[in-house]
Structure formats: structure tokens, C-alpha cells
Design a binder for this molecule. Structure first.
Ligand code: IMP
Length: 175
């Protein structure tokens, strides 16, 4: 693996994810449908939901906005849709990172059209300095600076999703 700097270690992530799980349990007494955005959210989703003490259903959705590059193409494509109807359900969209905000804006629009009872968003990481569209996630694990990050589900060119920590991979940034 190339030079990298650990920004968030395992213990820090574990504690914050557990806090988020507790907060979600308090805020959603009737339970919710967690919609994980693939691929990046799969590690976060698994750890987050194990800290939620409620009736939770899991749905998965897949989008694509990055190739093997570190900058967004600006276009979001739906690669895989939900299996179940979310009409009148409390829905929590679970993202790995909100960067330009285009993916989140696209998914919010798509899911809102399906008339959920409520639609909230939770992201492990937020990079507000890179925002191009005006979206603000309801729950944020950590704010991160404008550096390309990998690990805990996040990749660069398909690699590093298995790292148990979040690291900045500066040489990957083609600024
Ligand atoms: P956005 O549409 O620009 O907000 O980007 C959303 C998606 O881009 C995320 O769900 C990630 O898959 C990917 N992404 C954005 N920034 C990073 C990063 O620093 N590391 C890895 N993936 C990223």
C-alpha cells in the first residue's frame, strides 16, 4: 500500500459509530429501513446497525459517480435499485462519504419520489469543503478535510476497502 496517513483509527471509529447507533435508536422509536449505498457503505452499515436497538430492515442501492479516478465525474448513475417498496416507511439513507453531494442529492430525489414517511441521511464522513450541491446529511460520523480517504469501506481503484481504519492517500489526489 502506498504512503498513507491514518486520520481515524479503529477505536475512534468504533466509538463514534456506536454513538450514532444509539442516537438513531433514540430518534426512530418505530424503527426504520436502512438503505445502504454500495459499495462504500457496507462496512459502516454493518457496524452501525449492530449498534441499533430497534426493528430495522436493510435495503441496498448502488450508484456510480467515480471511475478509478479520485474526482467525481459529476454524473451519478443508478447501478442497482432497492428490492422493496419504501412507501410510508421511515427511511435512513446510509452513505460512506458525502463529497460534492451529487450522489446524495440524486438519491434523495429518487427516494422522495417513492413517498417514504420520512427520509433521513447518515454518512460516516463528510467533506463539506468540496460541496457542489446544497445537501446536508442529518447524521455525520466525522468531518474530514479535502484529502482523498480510503479504508473502512472506502476505496481507491477498488482497493483498501478492507482497512479497519480511515487513511488519507494523498498521492492519489490529482488536484
Ligand atoms: P459525491 O457524489 O461527490 O458526494 O461522492 C460520493 C461518492 O464518491 C462516495 O459515496 C464515495 O464512493 C466517493 N468518494 C468521494 N470522496 C471520496 C474519498 O475521499 N475516498 C473514497 N471515495 C470517495
Amino acid at each position: 500500500m502506498p504512503d498513507h496517513e491514518i486520520l481515524l483509527d479503529e477505536a475512534t471509529i468504533r466509538k463514534r459509530v456506536a454513538d450514532l447507533g444509539r442516537q438513531l435508536s433514540v430518534d426512530h422509536p418505530d424503527g426504520f429501513v436502512a438503505v445502504g449505498v454500495l459499495k462504500g457503505s457496507f462496512v459502516f452499515l454493518a457496524d452501525l446497525l449492530r449498534g441499533v436497538d430497534l426493528d430495522v430492515e436493510v435495503e441496498l442501492i448502488a450508484t456510480m459517480s467515480y471511475g478509478d479516478d479520485t474526482r467525481s465525474s459529476g454524473h451519478v448513475r443508478l447501478l442497482m435499485d432497492l428490492q422493496r417498496n419504501i412507501r410510508d416507511r421511515h427511511v435512513l439513507l446510509v452513505e460512506d462519504i458525502v463529497d460534492t453531494g451529487r450522489t446524495l442529492a440524486y438519491l434523495l430525489k429518487l427516494l422522495e419520489q417513492r413517498s417514504p414517511a420520512t427520509l433521513k441521511t447518515c454518512t460516516l464522513l463528510d467533506k463539506p469543503s468540496r460541496r457542489e450541491v446544497d445537501v446536508a446529511p442529518d447524521y455525520v460520523g466525522f468531518e474530514v478535510p479535502d484529502r482523498f480517504v480510503v479504508g473502512y469501506g472506502l476505496d481507491h481503484a477498488g482497493l483498501y476497502r478492507n482497512l479497519p481504519y480511515i487513511a488519507a492517500l494523498d498521492e492519489a489526489v490529482d488536484a
